[in-house]
Design a protein around this ligand. Sequence first.
Ligand code: SAM
Length: 325
Amino acid sequence: MAARPPFAATDAADEAVRATCDDATTCKRFATSKGYWKDSYVQYFVRSVGERKAPEINRGYYARVRGVNHLLDAFIRRTECNCQIINLGAGLDTTFWRLKDENLMPRKYFEVDFPTVVARKIHNIKTKPPLSKALIETHTTDSLLLDAQSLDSDRFCIISADLRDSSSLDEKLKKFQLNTEIPTLLLSECVLVYMTPGQSSNLLHWAAETFHTAMFINYEQVNMMDRFGQVMVENLQHRQCNLAGVEACKSLDTQKERFLRTGWEHADALDMMTVYSVLPQDDVARIERLEFLDEKELLQQLLQHYCICWATRDKLKLGLSQLAF
Ligand SMILES: C[S@@+](CC[C@H](N)C(=O)[O-])C[C@H]1O[C@@H](n2cnc3c(N)ncnc32)[C@H](O)[C@@H]1O
């Protein structure tokens, strides 16, 4: 077994990974302020709109949010909301509130992240009425748990855990009434890339072993072996952020294979350039009018270096492998 780096080094590396949730939320806050998509809740996690982001970044986030939501909503509709969702490395994501507003609430929505990120999220929920309102409205029993480390209500649960330790993750989720018998959607957006391929394989294997009817949606980097990919890796390294899982991000095939090797029956993957071209084109035309973009080359390169990969297991024969774009 490889020796772990000294505690201080590990902790600094984890701190840089934890900080990535602010990047994601700041970019989503800016893009929604420009009208790329609607999110009335992100403002409660990042107060100010902040510095201007390049149109390429905004369009990239638009494709990511629309693409992931397309598959997520298709799964919820296929199961008629008789399902649960586990958002792995959820950061400050607002999907729970969107699903509530759109009447697409699963039986239970779980989020997992590091303790400091979870503590911040819970603090925001406690102190911002528009966030706590949805929680109260979906809770009917008298067993609401709300402390710094975890939140557990009838329909929403936030857990502190390290995703690199799947046995402790399993134990914590079961403590909060995870149901391994109902269709389950697992989501990871820009999360697996921060783990070594061995650690992410363990997580995917745990998920396949635990749920007989499930879908896993993973959004992250792809085609990372070319010059553009190398520059992305170097830029993150300058911020002490190591893409430990970049090996699995070589190609769409390596992204699919990691699922097929860990017990998933079916896997598909599309780069975000392709996703962008199959999203509803009237809405794409709308967002392309929001900000002028003369030169498309950088946008294309950026979209070619991210992908959505989704995998399914389908004992209940719900036709999950047909869910696609
Ligand atoms: C780039 S952010 C993405 C956040 C969210 N998924 C989104 O798309 O807005 C990555 C998140 O994964 C979390 N994360 C990464 N590695 C983790 C691990 N080993 N255990 C728990 N959380 C982890 C980070 O703390 C961070 O919140």
